[in-house]
Design a protein around this ligand. Structure first.
Ligand SMILES: NC(=O)c1ccc[n+]([C@@H]2O[C@H](COP(=O)([O-])OP(=O)(O)OC[C@H]3O[C@@H](n4cnc5c(N)ncnc54)[C@H](O)[C@@H]3O)[C@@H](O)[C@H]2O)c1
Length: 253
């Protein structure tokens, strides 16, 4: 997919999936604003591109930002949008995923998960919208999770936040279609990133994943990047409000 001349913002960009997605878009020609709160992981993200062309490296910009502080985030993004003269693609990818029984969550922790995983996505959309509306084109991609389909216990705040993102995807798609802006979601299955380290029995988990997938290999972050490149492309201009399950044929709906 050709992203020449496009500008994109991705949150959680230094994570397991985000770093591959960020470089895939830069390689395709996009200027990438890669936002994450973890500076050390940000350095690792930049180092990952050492083999890329100088032009590609020049298109990658690490932006340190904290999605849990919504008012500072809004100020930071408003400034970034002015500096970049808007973006064409927004990928709401960041998430935190505490795992424990419902009794163990405080309401503050629950609210923090909603803030980082869902409310911050709305702030990012609001910052990007004036520019997308002015140009009457834009692509918004929200990252959901296979956990939304049930099957995993102890993830209540996380699954709740992904439900909010699904609702946001559909509501925004309906509202922004008239402005040429599409809003879709990618729902990853089980990918071997940090998110998976919450499982106590790695080998048993690997078996569980392959048993459930129709395709008998583990997902690769590039599989997610490819789905996002498609949704961000011209070729997906007639799709909005949809969820692409990228999970090796686990969930079928
Ligand atoms: N890996 C999987 O198997 C899987 C499965 C289903 C869904 N997902 C979804 O994919 C997305 C990416 O997941 P991942 O596996 O790359 O996870 P990850 O933990 O590797 O990456 C998440 C990134 O978000 C960043 N982040 C967390 N809190 C932040 C904050 N307050 N401000 C800014 N950045 C913050 C982290 O520093 C991290 O780099 C998430 O939305 C996750 O829910 C992943």
């Amino acid at each position: 997919m050709n992203m020449n001349g496009k500008k994109m913002l991705i949150t959680g960009a230094a994570g397991g999936l985000g770093s591959t997605v960020s470089w895939a878009f830069a390689r395709a020609g996009a200027t990438v604003y890669a936002l994450d709160h973890d500076a050390e992981k940000g350095n690792r993200l930049l180092a990952l591109g050492s083999a890329e062309s100088p032009e590609c490296i020049a298109r990658m910009h690490f932006v340190r930002g904290d999605l849990s502080d919504l008012s500072t985030l809004r100020t930071q993004l408003d400034a970034l949008m002015v500096q970049a003269d808007g973006i064409d693609v927004l990928i709401n990818n960041a998430a935190i995923y505490p795992s424990k029984p419902i009794e163990a969550y405080s309401i503050e922790e629950h609210q923090l998960v909603q803030r980082v995983n869902a409310d911050a996505a709305l702030v990012c959309v609001q910052a990007a919208l004036p520019f997308m509306k002015r140009r009457q084109t834009g692509r918004i991609i929200n990252v959901l999770s296979i956990t939304l389909h049930g099957g995993w216990a102890d993830l209540l705040p996380y699954v709740t936040s992904k439900g909010a993102l699904l609702g946001m995807t559909r509501a925004l798609a309906r509202e922004l279609g008239r402005d040429g802006i599409t809003v879709n979601a990618v729902s990853p299955g089980a990918f071997p990133t940090d998110a998976e380290k919450i499982h106590p029995d790695p080998e048993g988990y690997q078996r569980f994943v392959l048993d459930h997938q129709a395709i008998k290999r583990r997902g690769r972050p590039q599989d997610i990047a490819d789905a996002m490149l498609f949704l961000a492309s011209e070729q997906a201009s007639f799709m909005t409000g949809q969820t692409l399950n990228v999970d090796g044929g686990w969930v079928m709906d």
